[in-house]
Design a protein around this ligand. Structure first.
Ligand code: HBI
Ligand code: FE
Length: 296
């Protein structure tokens, strides 16, 4: 089984998005073009025919396996990215997205510092990496590229409730930064926005971008008997570690996007305090009495 993942493991290995000067691996993008808020122009003319072909092949492979695995809201919206055979223009998507939920797609050179990331989400601007993986990285790319960000994240921003959750998440992130609680919030992002599952009358379906943009994990997350699947519980998620270089050992399952949005309503400060005093939970285990789900 291809257990490597094509999502931004770089962030979750403690690699700060922009680490120039601190001796770590420099991030891949050209940050010299970024503005103070880390956004940059898409630079559409810089894409080669090979880049467009890589996008076309990735899009074709993923869109062929959505039925029965991806949630209906994603399948109904993915076509709004535009033509499947060329990297879309961010401005074209933003025009449609703004009308639907008030969101925009903005270019970034790659991973950006958490504060900058939260600040963009809070303004309903979703940061999309402007470069695409090389053909040699077709199955695995360490950092999020334009395919992961566009195909994985953007379609659900057309869903009004999920779009509200993403803005609330950004606002929560800005507060968390002041409370030094970014790790807890990074886990919430990881187990919902990146690797979330949703329970539907037809069975479990994927809504997380890291799953939806992964050739192998989309089927694995919904149908494999290996991973644990636990009912959504905010504090449980904030206590649960995650793995970054294998398929997930634990997935969390929501009943609806409304449930997710409502979870962000309370002030997280007392939650952070409670969670910081409790034991962290390894991925791959379930606790006595918690709601679990079997494979679809
Ligand atoms: N930067 N461009 C980009 N995309 C992300 O998804 C991203 C990021 N920086 C930080 C980050 N995600 C994670 O730390 C979130 O948990 C905040
Ligand atoms: Fe992502």
């Amino acid at each position: 089984m291809d257990t490597k993942l094509d999502f931004h493991s770089g962030i979750n290995q403690g690699v700060a998005p922009v680490t120039y000067g601190q001796g770590d691996r420099p991030p891949r993008g050209d940050y010299s073009r970024a503005r103070a808020d880390y956004t940059c122009e898409q630079g559409y003319a810089s894409y080669s025919e090979a880049d467009h072909d890589t996008y076309r092949r990735l899009y074709a492979r993923q869109s062929a396996q959505l039925e029965g695995l991806a949630c209906r809201e994603f399948i109904d919206a993915v076509g709004k990215l535009g033509a499947p055979d060329r990297i879309p223009r961010f401005d074209d998507i933003s025009e449609r997205l703004m009308k639907a939920t008030g969101w925009q797609v903005v270019g970034v050179p790659g991973l950006i510092p958490e504060e900058a990331f939260f600040a963009l989400l809070a303004k309903r601007q979703f940061p999309v990496t402007d470069w695409i993986r090389t053909p040699a990285e077709f199955d695995y790319v360490v950092e999020p590229d334009v395919f992961h960000d566009l195909f994985g994240h953007v379609p659900l921003l057309f869903n009004p409730v999920f779009a509200d959750y993403m803005q609330a998440y950004g606002e929560g992130g800005l507060k968390a930064s002041r409370l030094h609680a970014c790790e807890n919030l990074a886990r919430l992002y990881w187990y919902t926005v990146e690797f979330g599952l949703i329970n539907t009358p037809q069975g479990l379906r994927a809504y997380g971008a890291g799953i939806l943009s992964s050739a192998g994990e989309l089927r694995y997350s919904v149908t494999s008997g290996e991973p644990q699947r636990v009912g959504f519980d905010l504090e449980r998620i904030m206590r649960t570690k995650y793995k970054i270089d294998t398929y997930q050992a634990t997935y969390f399952v929501i009943d609806s996007f409304e449930q997710l949005f409502k979870a962000t309503a309370p002030d997280f400060t007392p939650i952070y305090e409670r969670v910081s005093g409790q034991q962290q939970i390894e991925a791959g285990i379930t606790l006595p009495g918690e709601r679990t789900f079997s494979a679809a």
